[in-house]
Write a protein that binds this ligand. Structure first.
Ligand SMILES: C[S@@+](CC[C@H](N)C(=O)[O-])C[C@H]1O[C@@H](n2cnc3c(N)ncnc32)[C@H](O)[C@@H]1O
Length: 270
């Protein structure tokens, strides 16, 4: 009720997630113990968390967890909360790796490591570079790699775009900041997320452009580049990719909501 009264969509689900977090139990146990009492301390903590959520703080930052690609990820205020639409990129990337026998991947701007760790879990033969410009993000990704036992096949690097990559890879995948600077809100749930994870500059394309300009040197001859893009950016991203890869086939694909969400290019052997 408290959340519903504060315009929170899915208020009952979110309240349940916060209650389970306080009690430290999963859904099945919660449903099996609906009549059980909670202690005054638990009740007080629950009300505190509800108050934080009512003010707009995302549930994932309150609990420190978010599910992505069927896996549990640790998240914190230094990283973007992974979004369901990014799962589309991971699906596509995993299929392409299987089809082409790709073994070396780089996830640029890894944040909590959602893309990199999901790929490592589902592709047991690949090795993955996971990079971010922020130390805190790299450390969060490393922690998630450890939690999912993939860290021995992952290399976590801090640095600007492709600069830390020590060698060319089969696939570069990136969900870089692509929000136009003037569209970044100073209120609401998005304002809790790191501006550096959202801000793509004046047209939203600064980081994507920077990555594309260097990708030719960091992709192997048969390699693939996959980018998440924002609503209405398809044509502009096509233009950028065409500039750096004039002979490559460029694909722009939509997500389930019909929004242009993914740009892919495959290099062909000369
Ligand atoms: C939109 S978030 C995506 C995070 C994660 N890949 C995901 O899909 O949930 C973009 C990430 O790019 C990182 N980033 C921003 N500028 C960067 C740069 N110049 N080089 C590398 N990473 C950068 C941010 O710190 C942030 O973690």
């Amino acid at each position: 009720m408290l959340l519903a009264g504060n315009d929170i969509e899915d208020a009952s689900i979110e309240s349940e997630v916060l209650l389970r977090h306080v009690l430290g139990i999963d859904r099945a146990r919660l449903l099996a113990s609906l009549d059980a009492d909670i202690s005054p301390e638990q009740r007080q903590l629950f009300m505190k968390l509800i108050a934080r959520r009512s003010k707009g703080e995302p549930t994932a930052y309150i609990t420190g967890h978010r599910e992505f690609y069927g896996l549990d990820f640790r998240v914190n205020r230094h990283v973007l909360i992974p979004r369901p639409e990014t799962e589309l990129l991971v699906d596509k990337a995993i299929s392409l790796c299987r089809e082409n026998g790709y073994l070396k991947i780089a996830d640029i701007g890894t944040g909590c490591g959602a893309i990199a760790v999901s790929m490592a879990v589902n592709l047991p033969s690949v090795t993955i570079y996971a990079t971010d410009i922020y130390t805190e993000a790299v450390e969060t990704a490393r922690q998630n790699g450890v939690n999912h036992s993939t860290e021995d096949r992952m290399t976590f690097l801090r640095g600007d775009l492709l600069e830390p990559l020590p060698e060319p890879v089969d696939m570069i995948i990136a969900n870089l900041p692509y929000v136009r600077q003037r569209d970044i809100p100073d209120k609401g749930p998005l304002s809790y997320e790191p501006a550096e994870a959202l801000n793509g500059g004046e047209k939203g394309l600064d980081k994507i452009g920077g990555l594309c300009s260097g990708a030719g040197n960091k992709l192997k001859a048969n390699g693939t580049l996959i980018l998440e893009i924002g609503q209405g950016q398809g044509e502009a991203v096509k233009g950028i990719l065409h500039k750096y890869f004039p002979s490559a086939e460029i694909k722009i694909e939509k997500d389930l909501a019909g929004i242009e969400r993914m740009a892919t290019i495959r290099l062909t052997q000369q």
